[in-house]
Design a binder for this molecule. Structure first.
Ligand SMILES: Cc1cc2nc3c(=O)[nH]c(=O)nc-3n(C[C@H](O)[C@H](O)[C@H](O)COP(=O)(O)OP(=O)(O)OC[C@H]3O[C@@H](n4cnc5c(N)ncnc54)[C@H](O)[C@@H]3O)c2cc1C
Length: 346
């Protein structure tokens, strides 16, 4: 059972009514009650509306609370287990063509892998061109090609969905809360929004519980929700966006993190991973524990003038414990990559 379904079933167990296969057509607030009309003719009424309809945020946009379109996009494609060469659980690649976005490879428990590409705001390629990027650059990416080899069997065509990153300036109204991707509660540096949506949902539940008790669901009372999620993780978003711009301008910063990880191992990576995924605030990068190894790695890179050319791929990588060959392909060194790669069928 996947995570979404577990959550839905848990909500059902404590009294929520789950209505599936029903598309909302429009919502209207009349006095103290919302009316939700669905395409199949069903109607629902309620004292408060939570708009959690994803990055396109159709409901909040129609109500005028959210005023802009989605600002990014990501793709996903599953590749059948046993037909690829990927030997790791997960790898993020930062190719120049996607910066500050990235290409991600994740292994699932049955051996299938998820090949995705995330385009973030401010990058060289606008999100509208993700489809052609997949067909031109991602398919010919030297790292992706080594992973896919000659026999990769895609289980589907690449699917592309919108992302709304960076947090919307307003996520509440009279008897209204906007939540998750609809509220842009997704980190602008990673495009990840599952955990932040869950944190915001918990905050919304607490605020609504109190507001119902007080019998006050006006915009002023529900502003507490907006302030609380901003305090919890939203204030990190401008730092993430600035980091994305810096990476786009100075890609060497990514190599810096890689060098620091190689030298300091798990101790550094634990903090790096926690800050990148939003478990810890991005200000952690300014703490001596992170800033000193990063600063030292940057100096080392500048002094050695080492510049890895991404386009040369994993075969040109020097042998070390964190090499792509060793970690992602399960080879001792780049010399052991013997797969003759022609054009993958993706
Ligand atoms: C390709 C891709 C990969 C991603 N990978 C990661 C990742 O690895 N980690 C991570 O943290 N985040 C990831 N994200 C982001 C993550 O998916 C979102 O942040 C998260 O799903 C937000 O949850 P949500 O419930 O707000 O929105 P959604 O998951 O988009 O859910 C919105 C729901 O509303 C429904 N809906 C919309 N309109 C209507 C309507 N009119 N009537 C009825 N129902 C409607 C939709 O069908 C959908 O089920 C990824 C996103 C993409 C596109």
């Amino acid at each position: 059972m996947v995570c979404d379904e577990r959550i839905a079933r848990a909500a059902q167990r404590v009294g929520a009514e789950l209505v599936e296969g029903t598309s909302v057509m429009d919502v209207t607030l009349g006095g103290a009650e919302w009316t939700v009309r669905c395409k199949n003719g069903r109607r629902f009424t309620g004292r408060c509306l939570i708009a959690a309809d994803g990055a396109k945020s159709k409901i909040a946009r129609e109500l005028g609370v959210v005023t802009t379109g989605a600002n990014s996009a990501a793709s996903r494609q599953y590749i059948k287990g046993g037909t690829h060469n990927f030997a790791s659980d997960g790898v993020l690649l930062y190719p120049p063509y996607a910066l500050p976005g990235y290409v991600a490879l994740f292994r699932h428990s049955n051996g299938d892998i998820d090949l995705g590409c995330y385009l973030l705001p401010g990058g060289r390629v606008p999100p509208t061109e993700l489809k052609s990027l997949l067909q031109t650059q991602v398919i010919n990416d030297p790292y992706v090609r080594e992973v896919l080899g000659d026999h990769a069997e895609p289980l589907e065509r690449p699917g592309i969905s919108a992302l709304r990153l960076g947090g919307e300036p307003k996520t509440h109204g009279d008897r209204l809360i906007v939540l998750g991707d609809a509220a842009g509660q997704t980190d602008p540096l990673t495009g990840e929004g599952i955990h932040t949506a869950m944190i915001a949902a918990k905050i919304a539940a607490r605020v609504l519980h109190e507001a119902f008790d007080e019998g006050d669901l006006c915009a002023g009372r529900l502003a507490v929700y907006h302030q609380a999620w901003m305090k919890e993780f939203g204030r990190d978003f401008p730092i993430s966006a600035a980091a994305g711009r810096a990476i786009n301008r100075f890609p060497m910063l990514l190599d810096t993190a890689a060098v620091a990880a190689q030298r300091h191992g798990a101790r550094f990576m634990d903090g790096f991973g926690a800050a990148m995924t939003g478990v810890k605030p991005k200000s952690l990068f300014l703490s001596p524990r992170m800033a000193l190894p990063l600063g030292a790695a940057l100096l080392r890179l500048i002094r050695s003038r080492t510049e890895m050319e991404y386009r040369h791929g994993p075969r040109a990588e020097p042998a070390h414990d964190y090499s792509f060959a060793k970690n992602a392909l399960g080879k001792e060194s780049a010399r052991d990559i013997r797969v003759l790669v022609s054009r993958p069928r993706v």
